[in-house]
Design a protein around this ligand. Structure first.
Ligand code: 3UK
Length: 550
């Protein structure tokens, strides 16, 4: 018997992993009891307007101010273009390509409302990478910001599944004939949501691919609600009067949740910036008095230095994710703003954050506890739970979980029904989870395990250090030794004396055997578009320089 689906094109469902390789999904809260049929956009948007919130602000940007009704009208017009002019069938994949603009949000909503599967992509991707995604997700239609159309057009060449590439402008008003804006202009503003099944796929989010080819992670209509009913509802606790802002791209699920779904789940508004380096973010917070901000640890660090120039006192909730938030950053931010940053670990596979803590529940330096709705544990190589205080592999389950699009790596991420994220963690006696490192970033020096991020955290506590990365460098005697790449703050310059000072400083802060044997002063560090340090690239450079691999 085939399971119910509203999809006419069943590619996504057909390419889900076999059921025995799925994580166990748990729905142990009253708010996680979803009906068999639901369309996520109907829940987020149509119902909000029907409840009388249509005139409330929803999407703000430097050149737009859309209420919930405005977003609904754009979404409906675009859904009509998709189904009437572009012949989109339920279940077809639609690539979305734009920075964080109002039209990018409308495009998400339109595709999902019409029963399609959104495949968002990061603005910086080039034709080659887009081509890989077009093939992997067998994309039928692409909607692209006109300013990013070149790479899209180049990627489209020779791909017969891709029927149409259509361009749009940032606010949907200035694109001319033949553009999505033009096609939308004549359409009525109503459109009935497709009556999708709660577990119909509505989103394929590709991992940023720190190593290897990106993996497509498949998410259902109900998953978009589940992240709001877990992290947002129980930890973030936003209100309808909050104004959200932040830096993650909407094509990164950290951004999709934090900048679109969480605000919309409570009728709040969100201010989108196409590019949000720390200075622009600080200026925005100051000017617009935004109250909730989502960004990565490096940006939180940079914002500390901007508190003299910009007023950040409107902020009420600050969320950090993407990589570990070092304790010195958390402490200094508290000192200068009085705000305790909410750290949270999330993953594209899990859609959003699953371990976190806010307010008085925060234990500084720890990521937090499993978010209500999720269970987490630390296991050994054989997936056996280890006692508190022991470092092991993080395993997690809850209402969302990993389902890769046709990928062998499914059985690596999901083991015995648990999502194994690839992170080394320790759980303390009180059930708090302490991040150590990515399991493949552990440095093994003379048989001792050293977590690069712990050494980085120690270095960051020194006033001369702006940013740093610690990786294992091949060493003939000890296998590997910790090596630090350090970016200095203004007013400091590289010297052997400073290197020695930093080494001694680390020895005072943490167990001396962990100190960086080598220190390289550098001008920048390799990062992904999602803000993550690419330690493997530093390791590659080491391997090339020494002729030895680890
Ligand atoms: C690391 C963290 C320590 C960790 C993400 C929030 O980052 C997100 O998704 P990705 O798929 O990467 C997942 C991996 O990133 N990580 C993320 N947050 C933390 N490490 N402390 C943290 N707070 O290695 C994890 O396995 O790019 C984050 C929401 C949605 C996301 N997709």
């Amino acid at each position: 018997m085939t399971e119910p689906t509203a999809h006419r094109d069943t590619f996504a469902r057909d390419n889900l992993p076999p059921k025995d390789l799925w994580p166990v999904m748990t729905f142990d809260l009253p708010e996680l009891q979803y009906p068999e049929r639901l369309n996520a956009v109907n829940e987020f948007l149509d119902k909000r307007v029907a409840a009388g919130d249509g005139d409330r602000p929803c999407i703000l940007s430097p050149d737009a101010r859309w209420t919930y009704s405005d977003l609904l009208a754009r979404t409906n017009r675009m859904a009509r273009v998709l189904t009437e002019d572009l012949a989109m069938q339920p279940g077809e994949r639609v690539m979305l390509r734009a920075a964080n603009t109002p039209m990018m949000v409308a495009a998400f909503m339109a595709v999902i409302k019409a029963g399609g599967v959104a495949v968002p992509t990061m603005p910086l991707l080039r034709a080659r990478e887009l081509g890989y995604i077009l093939d992997a997700a067998r994309v039928n239609i692409a909607l692209t910001d006109e300013r990013l159309a070149d790479a899209m057009d180049a990627a489209a060449v020779g791909r017969s599944d891709l029927r149409r590439v259509v361009r749009f402008s940032a606010t949907g008003e200035t694109g001319g004939d033949g553009s999505l804006d033009g096609m939308m202009a004549g359409k009525p503003t109503d459109f009935a949501p497709l009556d999708t099944v709660a577990d119909d796929v509505c989103l394929i989010a590709f991992t940023s691919g720190t190593t290897g080819q990106p993996k497509g992670t498949m998410h259902f209509h109900r998953d978009l609600l589940a992240i709001c009913d877990t992290f947002a509802r129980h930890v973030l606790k936003p209100t309808a009067d909050d104004v959200f802002c932040g830096s993650p791209p909407l094509a990164f699920t950290f951004g999709l949740g934090g900048l679109v779904l969480f605000p919309m789940s409570v009728g709040a508004s969100t201010y989108l910036l196409e590019a949000a380096p720390p200075k622009s973010l600080a200026a925005l917070i100051d000017a617009e008095k935004t109250t909730v901000c989502f960004t990565a640890p490096t940006a939180w660090r940079a914002l500390i230095d901007m508190t003299g120039e910009f007023d950040l006192s409107s902020l009420r909730r600050c969320v950090s994710a993407g990589e570990a938030l070092p304790l010195p950053t958390w402490e200094r931010f508290l000192e200068v703003t009085g705000i305790r940053i909410i750290d949270g670990i999330g993953a594209t596979e899990m859609l959003h954050i699953f371990i976190s803590a806010a307010d008085d529940d925060i234990r500084p330096g720890a990521t937090g506890k499993p978010v209500p709705g999720f269970t987490a544990r630390v296991v050994d190589e054989n997936n056996v739970e280890v006692p508190p205080g022991t470092v092991g592999r993080l395993a997690v389950r809850g209402p969302t979980g990993c389902r890769y699009l046709a990928d062998d790596r499914q059985s690596r991420y999901v083991q015995d029904g648990w999502n194994v994220t690839g992170d080394a963690y320790l759980m303390d006696e009180d059930g708090y989870f302490w991040y150590q490192a990515r399991t493949d970033d552990m440095i093994i020096c003379s048989g001792y395990n050293i977590a690069g991020p712990e050494v980085e955290e120690a270095l960051l506590a020194h006033p001369s250090v702006s940013e740093c990365a610690v990786v294992g460098a091949p060493d003939a005697n000890r296998g590997a030794v910790p090596k630090a790449f350090v970016i200095l703050r203004e007013g400091y310059s590289p010297s052997d004396v400073l290197a020695k000072t930093l080494q001694d400083f680390v020895k005072d802060e943490i167990a001396p055997y962990k100190y960086p044997r080598i220190i390289d002063f550098v001008a920048d560090l390799p990062r992904t578009e999602t803000g993550k340090l690419q330690r493997f690239r530093l390791r590659q450079l080491e391997a090339e320089a020494t002729g030895k691999a680890l």
